[in-house]
Design a protein around this ligand. Structure first.
Ligand code: FES
Length: 188
């Protein structure tokens, strides 16, 4: 486990059998695909955490496109190989999979499968920059997509408004109305 700050430092000190207080589940979740839809899971960096259980649930029906800066930042690779219909890896430095971003891999994938593009259903989580780039692709190609937004959260239960994001329908709370939104709803 990577120590990134006080919280991960505390977790690092825990051992099996220790008790933790956890608040959740909070907010909504990814909608399941219909029979006619082909799911594409698109994860950037730690965005894989939000998509991992979806990948498990969609067992062997989803293409998984997973990108990170370097191979040391790729996680759950054995499990993802098992869950994916096909697993497409990319890294910024080319240390694992294709060199480049997961957005580039997605764009190429949709071009290669252009005849089926309207049947694709994208589930994406990653940086805001990555999600915005995906929103341009989905708008251009007419692909349906759901994204999980990341925001700093204080209360987690909809009271503080600290996690609000701008949508076409006004501000919405990531912890309450989200974190999953149709991609076209977000105002970038
Ligand atoms: Fe407080 Fe979302 S974290 S409203």
């Amino acid at each position: 486990m990577v120590r990134a700050g006080p919280a991960t430092e505390i977790l690092k000190g825990k051992t099996p059998g220790n008790l933790l207080d956890v608040l959740g589940p909070l907010g909504n979740s990814y909608p399941m695909p219909t029979k006619n839809q082909t799911p594409l899971i698109v994860a950037g960096g730690i965005g894989i955490a939000s998509l991992f259980f979806l990948a498990e649930r969609l067992a062997k029906s989803a293409y998984i496109l997973y990108g990170a800066r370097t191979e040391h930042e790729l996680f759950f690779m054995n499990e993802l190989k098992e869950y994916a219909r096909d697993l497409l890896i990319s890294t910024d430095d080319g240390s694992n999979g294709e060199r480049g971003t997961v957005v580039e891999v997605l764009s190429n994938f949709l071009t290669r499968h252009s005849s089926l593009v309207t049947r694709h259903l994208i589930y994406a989580c990653g940086s805001r920059q990555m999600l915005e780039a995906i929103s341009k692709i989905t708008a251009d190609k007419g692909v349906t997509a759901y994204i999980s937004m990341e925001e700093n959260m204080a209360c987690g239960i909809g009271a503080c408004l600290g996690c609000a994001v701008r949508t076409k329908d006004g501000y919405k709370r990531v912890c309450k109305e989200g974190p999953v939104f149709p991609i076209e709803e977000i105002v970038w």
